[in-house]
Ligand binder design. Sequence first.
Ligand SMILES: [Mg+2]
Length: 391
Amino acid sequence: MDLQPSHASPILTDPVSKSRLGIHSSLLAYSQQDSPLSPGKYTKSNSKKNMGSLDDVRSNGWLDAMKASSPPRKKSVLKGSSALVASIDFDMEDYNLWMLEYPSALGAFEKIIDHAKNKKIAMFLDYDGTLSPIVEDPDCAFMTEPMRTTVRRVAKCFPTAIISGRSRDKVFDLVKLTELYYAGSHGMDIIGPVSDTLHENHPDCVKSTDDQGNEITLFQPAKEFLPMIDEVFRTLIDITKDIEGAKVENHKFCVSVHYRNVEENNWTVIAQRVHDILKNYPRLRSTHGRKVLEIRPVIDWNKGKAVEFLLESLGLTDMNDVLPIYIGDDKTDEDAFKVLRESNRGCGILVSSVRKDSNALYSLRDTSEVMRFLQRLVNWKRKQERKHGKK
Ligand SMILES: [Mg+2]
């Protein structure tokens, strides 16, 4: 990455009023299917006796994917258990080897900020597993106050967006910061920054008002799927109600089926039932997250496209002038890492305490390391501003 001549970069601190809008060509790329969407149009096959054979989920690799995307937690070391100690030593060694390929963003901090000099940083953050630890009950995935304070400081220094698989409303309820941009449902539900021009020209933009009566603009490329998602959500609730620990969440543009609290010998049952329902919804697909199956529209839109959209909307597309940083922990974040890696214009940071293949360039072990990295970035930025005579 080339460095630009030294100058102080303007900082965007007000997500809505100071933004400039552009529209990314990929917004128009997803193909419209022929069949109209309406609730109740689909044949429901939620009767358990109609379920397909278990071979379906095996042959489709669902079970393998469920296990692969849900690595077991590290066992605690028992006194006198030399086998366990040896196994943990091996894990550490393996992780350290993996870090040669994905160096710690803390260790490589100087190198990262070297690229950021004279550029505007645009910060993109996943929520679960990145800002908040993964917990048994997804409703209790709260971020700590120090993390909230840190993210607020980050947003004062750099344009900052949270891109989450959760619904936009839910992630806002958890984060509670008005200084940020929010992209919920894996980027399918973005609030601001959208100008009147885009609103007039693009059918996926809608004007609305928030709870306080303020005018807001939403970008929702999958809004035609809303009735279908709602129908599937209700069906999934019904077919999983007898599976202990299963939890179905409606994220507005996608649905999550959590099996974190389901006995492993019931994973096949849950996978088979979800698989059978999806046979009736060819315009929906499933992806595997951490102990969660996510059902979402077949649409050419993902977290990577959301990053491109936000960068363009903010007028931050000049790769010589902008350094996007994306921090995330999950498979769905790989689309964003890939966009940054392929365009050679930013820095993807994977949060993981275990070895994983990734399109990210760097790694951080857990949420506490994410917080330390963000704090260092804020401190560096403030130092830069002092150097350039800003308060
Ligand atoms: Mg995550």
